[in-house]
Design a protein. Sequence first.
Length: 203
Amino acid sequence: MASKPNRRIGLAITGASGAVYGLRVLEELLRLPATDVHLTVSASAAKVLRVEHGLKVDLDRFKPAALGVQGAKRAIYHHHEDIAAPLASGSFRLSALAIVPCSMGCAGKIAHGISGDLVERAADVMIKERRSLVVVPRETPLSAVHLENLLALARLGVTVLPAAPGFYGRPKKIGDMVDFVVARVLDHLGVEHRLGPRWGSRT
């Protein structure tokens, strides 16, 4: 009997502030058994990673360890300019894709079907194939243009999940607030986790 193929989940990190959200999502996805995690990082995201985390990421000679994430070597990396990568084709059958964080420039291009790089093309594929796409915008305040683009995405079936942590779990540190958002992302990717309390729970 042929073995069941691994589930494929994609993660794209773009140039909005809040790279920590993307890193934590990656860390959690890499813990999953029987799951192939496909990663792409935009050029702007590499700059944000350096500013916010002091990480020097060479996208042309990518070394997973540079991300400082446990188990990063398991990630299947695709250069953001590689439009011929598997993520660019609907026949690859990616189960779900999350863009964490998603810059407003990226959101705008996806909303209008503009595929200038692998991130945008992969998102376009998820929309046309009617598969799960989660975008995590991290911007404030939001202009009318931003809001219209996010509304357009929502109308296309995209899950728009702003990086807006809740406080009913009484977070004690920044990591707790980050994990609140990461937990919601994992929920919408169909991934089981134990990141923090749920509403109504006693734990």
